[in-house]
Write a protein that binds this ligand. Structure first.
Ligand SMILES: Cn1cc(C(=O)NCCN2CCCC2)ccc1=O
Length: 116
C-alpha cells in the first residue's frame, strides 16, 4: 500500500511518544534487568519457561528498524516484557520488584502521553 507523504508524517507522529517513553525507561534506576536480553547461559531454564523473550534493547532496535506500525504494537512488546518478568520471577525478588516498579512507571507515562 503506497503511503502518501501526509500518512508517512502521521505515522512518524504516532511513534514519536514511543521514542520519548523508551528513553525514560532505559534511564530508569530499575531498568537494569531489562536493558539486554536475559542471559540464557546464566538462566538455563529461561528459554523453556519464556517462549517470547523481550527486552528494551530489542524494542529499541524494532522501533529504529520501523517494525512497529502503530504505537499499540510498541506497547504490546513492553507488556510482553513485563508479563515475562512476572512469570519468571518471584514478586519479592530484586528482579520481580524492579519489574513491578518499571511497569507502574511505564503505565503512568503511557497514559500521560496517549490519554493526554
Ligand atoms: C528480566 N530478567 C532479568 C534478569 C537479570 O538478572 N538481568 C540482569 C543481569 N545482569 C545485570 C547486570 C549484568 C547482568 C533475570 C531474570 C529476568 O527475568
Amino acid at each position: 500500500l503506497k503511503r502518501s507523504l501526509n500518512q508517512a508524517i502521521a505515522k512518524e507522529k504516532d511513534l514519536a511518544p514511543c521514542r520519548e517513553i523508551l528513553d525514560q525507561l532505559e534511564a530508569h534506576d530499575e531498568a537494569w534487568p531489562f536493558l539486554l536480553p536475559v542471559n540464557t547461559k546464566q538462566f538455563p531454564t529461561y528459554k523453556k519457561i519464556i517462549r517470547s523473550p523481550m527486552d528494551l534493547s530489542t524494542i529499541r532496535k524494532k522501533l529504529n528498524d520501523g517494525i512497529y506500525k502503530t504505537r499499540d504494537d510498541f506497547c504490546a512488546d513492553l507488556q510482553l516484557m513485563f508479563v515475562n518478568c512476572v512469570t519468571f520471577n518471584e514478586d519479592d525478588s530484586p528482579v520481580g520488584k524492579a519489574g513491578h516498579s518499571m511497569k507502574t512507571f511505564f503505565d503512568s507515562r503511557w497514559a500521560e502521553l496517549i490519554a493526554h
